[in-house]
Design a protein around this ligand. Structure first.
Ligand SMILES: *Cc1c(COP(=O)(O)O)cnc(C)c1O
Length: 329
């Protein structure tokens, strides 16, 4: 029996373009991140270029498994686990690095579908200088229960918060973006900074890169709190919110369930809450509507979320020439 306490992984995709050529998207970022994750749990380092060569050979060999329609791809899950056969909590004396692959369909078969989020106040995912920046197994194991709590209450995903002021950190297993008018009325795209609690997403970096290139709004990597989000919605300054990651590229957000304004009074009047257990926050939830497209009441994505999504997809499928797309030949 293998009792591996050390495990880390990556998530990337191989795409087929119109000419049947195989493409990867910024794969060197996945290799670097994979090594960082392995280092954090004292698994060995590897040569990222060599692993990338193996992955390229693999996707060429198995190319018939890469669907060719736009939106489809071969999902790749490089994984490393410690395979020591003793029980101590020590650096593993052996490790196994392997890649699992599976054809995947488009995330949105019938166009976007905006999601509702449950803002989790009972648990935190990560903290500054913790392991939130690494794709290590433990980070994901602890997210399953909050995800179940969210779906049980009728929300699709959970929104991770951190700190007394409830700063937004991630949307489930995606990075988080806010497009609003700041308090001076200036258009601003905000995503939380890479302080060690945030996963440095390839999609996140690509969105920031495109936004800076387009120059249509101020781009900020800074923390933003739920009270600020609430205020912006109330004042009509909120334009769009979305999650971002390899699986879906962007995931538009339409609603956030968050603590009621009167939470303080409610908590004080309740004598039934166990003092040391996570409080059943759902008792005090209130939904906050996040705008999608002001010009189309039926839209499932805001115009900028859609533009980021479409541009990145164009690059991934080689329809828009860009050095982020790496041809496998
Ligand atoms: C993988 C992951 C992301 C997204 O990273 P991409 O490289 O864009 O796929 C964001 N947040 C978490 C917690 C993740 O695990």
């Amino acid at each position: 029996m293998l009792l591996s306490i050390t495990q880390c992984f990556e998530g990337m995709k191989a795409y087929k373009d119109k000419n049947g050529k195989i493409r990867l998207f910024r794969p060197e970022m996945n290799m670097a991140r994979f090594n960082n994750s392995a280092d954090r749990i004292a698994l060995p380092q590897f040569d990222g270029n060599e692993l990338l060569k193996l992955i390229k050979n693999y996707v060429k060999t198995e190319s018939r498994w890469i669907p060719s329609e736009r939106g489809y791809s071969l999902y790749l899950r490089p994984t490393m686990i410690g395979t020591q056969e003793y029980l101590g909590v020590n650096p593993s004396n052996r490790a196994l690095l392997f890649v699992i692959a599976s054809p995947v369909g488009p995330y949105y078969k019938t166009g976007f579908k905006a999601v509702s989020l449950y803002a989790t106040t009972e648990y935190v995912r990560a903290w500054p200088n913790g392991t939130g920046a690494n794709k290590v197994g433990g980070n994901y194991a602890i997210g399953i229960k909050p995800q179940l709590m969210a779906t049980k209450q009728g929300y699709q995903q959970n929104l991770w918060l951190f700190g007394e002021d409830h700063q937004l950190t991630e949307v489930g297993t995606m990075n988080c973006f806010v497009l609003w008018k700041d308090d001076k009325g200036e258009l601003e795209l905000v995503t939380p900074p890479l302080d060690g609690s945030i996963l440095p997403g390839v999609t996140r970096d690509s969105i920031l890169g495109l936004a800076r290139e387009w120059g249509k709004f101020k781009v900020s990597e800074k923390s933003v709190s739920m009270p600020q989000i609430k205020e912006a919605v109330k004042q009509g300054r909120m334009l769009e919110m979305f999650g971002a990651g390899t699986a879906c590229i962007v995931s538009p957000i339409k609603k956030i369930g968050y603590l009621n304004e009167n939470i303080g009074a409610l908590l004080q009047s309740s004598s039934t809450l166990p003092p040391r257990l996570p409080k059943p926050a759902i008792l005090y939830m209130q939904d906050l509507d996040i705008p999608l497209d002001p010009n189309d009441p039926n839209a499932q994505a805001g115009p900028w979320a859609k533009k980021f999504n479409d541009t990145i997809m164009d690059i991934q499928y080689g329809d828009l020439p860009h050095d982020w797309s790496v041809l496998v030949d």
